[in-house]
Design a protein around this ligand. Structure first.
Ligand code: ZN
Length: 171
């Protein structure tokens, strides 16, 4: 059985125990931006944050893209989120290539050129990358000054969560 078939069957089995209050308006307190990496799938449990309390926004590399800002606008200005937590991690796939070498990799795999994505946001230092995402949000005109923005790196080898200072940007 494919995993999607398994998921459909599991969802159907869950229908009889469904909590209808889930249809009510969500009231998240925090927005968490993190990587799509499956090793980050247990992040809310690790941080002891209830699923109902968090808007979880994910993409490869924990990058504050235009689409992440789009989602945050809803979190902040519609749902009332007041804190943003950016959580990068060690050993991310974003350290494997450069934007140029990845574009070449895709061209070799597909035999085609493409216009977009124009950037992939590869980086060499997860701390610098996380700091950069914090500053992108801090300077965004639609992110109010009273919104808390804090960045962290989760070391997947040790499990240690380290806060990243917003002071300087090396890259
Ligand atoms: Zn990652």
């Amino acid at each position: 059985m494919s995993l999607i078939e398994h998921a459909i069957a599991s969802s159907q089995a869950s229908e009889k125990n469904h909590d209808p209050s889930l249809a009510g308006k969500p009231a998240p307190k925090v927005a968490i931006i993190t990587c799509m990496d499956p090793r980050m799938n247990q992040l809310l449990e690790r941080l002891d944050i209830k699923p109902a309390d968090a808007d979880l926004i994910r993409n490869v590399g924990t990058v504050v893209t235009e689409d992440v800002v789009r989602s945050l606008m809803f979190s902040i200005h519609v749902l009332g989120v007041t804190e943003i937590m950016i959580v990068g991690h060690t050993g991310c796939g974003m350290e494997m290539f450069t934007d140029l070498s990845f574009e070449k990799h895709l061209q070799e795999r597909t035999g085609k050129l493409a216009v977009t994505p124009a950037v992939f946001h590869f980086y060499t230092d997860v701390n610098d990358a996380t700091r950069k995402q914090m500053l992108k949000l801090r300077t965004h005109p639609w992110v109010p000054a009273n919104i808390t923005i804090r960045g962290f790196v989760l070391n997947l080898a040790t499990g240690k969560l380290t806060e990243v200072s917003a002071e300087t940007v090396a890259s």
